[in-house]
Design a binder for this molecule. Structure first.
Ligand code: ADP
Ligand code: MG
Length: 565
């Protein structure tokens, strides 16, 4: 028998997780059932192309069993199983390298939400168990292995007897804790030995699992010709097996949508919204899409992987199909199920698949429409979305030389000089006063910095609103747009704002002429630091200002200079 320690990192995370993130410890069951279902999906998919599997769809199932005397709950599946190495890798380490890296850079103890984003599903078993035993025989292997752990300290591995392919997980439940005199602090784990409790948990969290979840239930009935009752055992299928996305929208509760999301997408917070669509045009598909309510910890890094699950007629054929989502909507999670896709389609073929491209285009429209609707009908929610993912939309405009600007420009929001609220370009243009023909903006590192810029005064005095660009990508993105509704964007930091009347201009020219010597002297004193020194008619409460001429603004030049390489 081999005895191993969990990695130090895993230990710490596991400890925090067990004690803090799950407010509902009951969801361990959903996690384990979902893993069992994933494992069956994998073997079922294999069985479609590999005769040696020797299984039909109807052979697959998940079995739950309780043993009150031993205080155990066992979850068994006949899925693909795990090899010894897979058990070590998947059950012996808690987080992937990306999240570990993240953990080092951030103080995780302070932020439980983030822990929730790791793949810690299996470990939730320790919230209710004093000991967890996993026996597994992987498809294609002869030797089965048993993994056993009592939590943080470590685990043991050994060979074991198991004739059938699949995994059996036995939980030895923790002892109940009595409440104190005031009734606080009690914990009940025996509830997970109650068949009706288990039944209702499966209904609640795992009803849509597409393979039967079966349990022997003890029931009682009246004996024939007698008033006496007798007990009998019936094997009951606990779930309806209808995939959520095939149900009617009005039959699905918000809680079901949310719980499905949390299960499938590995998030522990409810999503911001869901989109459930059935498309029956030239191509038929169902899609269930979600927008998370917060930015995934690695979202703006190269570690983030976008994509949707892809099903062909109810069979999972790809866990993360990237081609279904454009980069600017890469935050969307969920799945697509289409009857029109062929099952044995390969990864390479998918990339060139016309039907897939069609689905992707249609999904893109769905997302765009949903966001626009949200912006219109629930501004608060939209701003929450924008806070999390707005940056990505701006990158989307900037990428591909503004090719997607028409799709994305109406989803943008900016702070402005008006009232501290975020404003869309359309709102800006709609409330432009008579005589204003440009969209004014000022770029800087913060709103406070921008507001203190001398150049904003003259524009505001004119009664014109100024958009505040506080993110590096802002100015690059709007340059790609080359205007909005035939209005040009105009930086208030440009030297030629052309806001003066003819008279004012003339006066300034004369002054410029008469102050020539002085200006030359200043220019000389600042040589190498500025390109030119001019009189300005734009200053009110500030003595001087810097402004730019030509293609690059000062802020853009700063960004480019700061870029590596
Ligand atoms: P996730 O499901 O998000 O990958 P989990 O912690 O729930 O994270 O599971 C970790 C891994 O352990 C799974 O990805 C899978 O490879 C493996 N695993 C867990 N349970 C099973 C099972 N019943 N059969 C086969 N593999 C399993
Ligand atoms: Mg899981």
């Amino acid at each position: 028998m081999e005895q191993k320690q969990f990695q130090a990192e895993s230990k710490k995370l596991m400890d925090m997780m067990i004690h803090s993130i799950y407010t509902h410890k009951e969801i361990f069951l959903r996690e384990l059932i979902s893993n069992a279902s994933d494992a069956i999906d994998k073997l079922y998919f294999k069985s479609l192309t590999d005769d040696s599997v020797g299984m039909n769809k109807s052979d697959f199932k998940i079995t739950l069993a309780v043993d009150k005397d031993a205080r155990t709950l066992t979850i068994t599946d006949n899925g693909i199983g795990m090899t010894k190495a897979e058990m070590e890798e998947h059950l012996g380490t808690i987080a992937n390298s990306g999240s570990l890296q993240f953990k080092k850079e951030n103080n995780l103890a302070e932020d439980n939400q983030i822990i929730g984003q790791f793949g810690v599903g299996f470990y939730s078993a320790f919230m209710v168990s004093k000991r967890v035993t996993v026996k597994s025989l992987a498809f294609g292997e002869k030797q089965a292995y048993v993994w056993q752990s009592e939590g943080v300290e470590g685990y043991t591995m050994d060979t074991c007897e198991k004739d059938t392919v699949g995994t059996e997980i036995t939980l030895e439940l923790l002892d109940d804790v009595a409440a104190d005199a005031e009734g606080n602090g009690g914990e009940n784990y025996s509830e997970f030995l109650d068949q009706y409790r288990i039944q209702s948990l499966v209904k609640r969290y795992s009803d849509y699992i597409r393979f039967p979840i079966c349990m022997d239930m003890t029931k009682s009935r009246k004996k024939e010709d007698s008033d006496e009752y007798e007990e009998y055992v019936e094997n009951v299928t606990l779930n309806s097996m209808v995939p959520l996305w095939h149900k009617n929208k009005n039959e699905i509760s918000e809680e079901e949508y949310n719980s499905f999301y949390k299960d499938k997408c590995g998030d522990y917070t409810d999503p911001l919204c869901h989109m459930h669509v059935r498309n029956e045009g030239t191509i038929t598909y169902d899609a269930l899409l979600y927008i998370p309510s917060h930015t995934p910890f690695n979202y703006y890094s190269k570690d983030y992987e976008k994509g949707l699950q892809l099903y062909a007629n109810g069979v999972l054929i790809m866990d993360r199909c990237e081609d279904l989502l454009p980069d600017y909507f890469s935050f969307v999670k969920g799945l697509v199920d289409s009857e029109d896709l062929s099952l044995n389609i390969s990864r390479e073929m998918l990339q060139h698949d016309a039907q897939l491209r069609q689905i992707a285009r249609s999904i893109e429209r769905t997302i765009k429409n949903e966001l626009q609707r949200m912006m219109k009908n629930d501004r608060e929610k939209y701003e929450k979305f924008y806070q999390a993912f707005g940056l990505q939309l701006k990158y989307g405009i900037y990428q591909d030389y503004g090719m997607h600007k028409d799709l994305l420009q109406d989803l943008l929001l900016f702070p402005s000089s008006k009232d501290g609220k975020l404003v869309s370009l359309k709102e800006y243009v709609d409330r432009m006063p008579e005589g204003q023909d440009k969209i004014y903006y000022a770029a800087g590192e913060s709103i406070a910095r921008i507001e203190s810029l001398p150049q904003t005064e003259q524009v505001k005095d004119k009664g014109y609103e100024i958009l505040y660009f506080t993110e590096n990508v802002d100015e690059f993105a709007i340059r790609m747009m080359q205007g909005y509704q035939e209005k040009q964007f105009q930086s208030v930091l440009d030297s030629n704002l052309d806001l003066e009347s003819e008279e004012e201009k003339k006066e300034l020219e004369e002054k410029q002429e008469s102050s020539k010597d002085m200006l030359e002297a200043v220019k000389k004193a600042l040589e190498g630091k500025v390109g030119n020194v001019k009189l300005s008619g734009r200053l009110k409460s500030h003595p001087v200002c810097l402004s730019s001429e030509g293609e690059l603004s000062m802020e853009m030049a700063k960004t480019l200079n700061a870029m590596p390489g």
